[in-house]
Ligand binder design. Structure first.
Ligand SMILES: [Zn+2]
Length: 199
């Protein structure tokens, strides 16, 4: 198995990052978010960046003209994967060991799924009306993830992998999976996806 996400690339941002006290963790798909240390943010691996870029491209038709610029960071202190608001704006931060495990166990689609959920929070802030009746912020993020996956036009295997990744790592509050799946399908259908492909 390839080792995609634990490879250090030797690059560390030279920006002086604010202390954790200045950050707001919007969503964490794992425990231990309080231990997140922004000073340990590093540039993502090329593989993770490629996934994020492909997802951004797929979503660009949805968010234009106000597409958010959400940088992706690798950080071993992150709680699996998180959306964080800080003084520099929103960012998605992932723990490299988590991404590697997700990839090894469920495939690349699972990575796409959890990143899409986190991006979904940011898009929901910009376009709250799109899934305004879609339930809680976590369910709306799932709806946005469904929308993004529809635009990503995944193979059936990749779509199944994305749903597995999303289901295995629930957001805060742990909404029942049936409700989350309904939200995902709502978004998938709204963005011209064929929900009969979702099992
Ligand atoms: Zn969330």
């Amino acid at each position: 198995m390839r080792k995609l996400f634990t490879l250090a690339n030797g690059f560390v941002f030279s920006v002086v990052l604010c202390a954790a006290a200045g950050t707001e963790i919007v969503c964490a798909l794992g425990p231990g978010a309080a231990s997140y240390n922004p000073a340990s943010d590093q540039r993502p691996t090329a593989d993770a960046m490629e996934i994020a870029t492909n997802l951004s491209t797929a979503m660009s038709t949805l968010c234009a003209p106000k597409c958010p610029e959400i940088p992706l960071f690798r950080n071993p202190t992150a709680a699996n994967v998180m959306l964080v608001f800080g003084s520099g704006g929103a960012k998605v931060v992932y723990a490299p060991a988590f991404f590697q495990s997700l990839y090894d166990n469920y495939g690349e689609g699972a990575l796409i799924g959890v990143i899409a959920h986190e991006y979904g929070h940011a898009l929901d802030e910009i376009y709250p009306q799109k899934f305004g009746n879609g339930g809680t912020p976590e369910l709306r993020a799932d709806a946005w993830a469904g929308c993004a996956l529809a635009k990503n036009n995944p193979t059936p295997a990749r779509l199944a992998s994305a749903l597995t990744g999303i289901s295995k790592y629930p957001p805060p509050g742990n909404p029942p999976w049936e409700i989350r799946l309904s939200a995902f399908k709502l978004g998938y259908a709204k963005c011209a996806g064929d929900v009969s492909r979702i099992h």
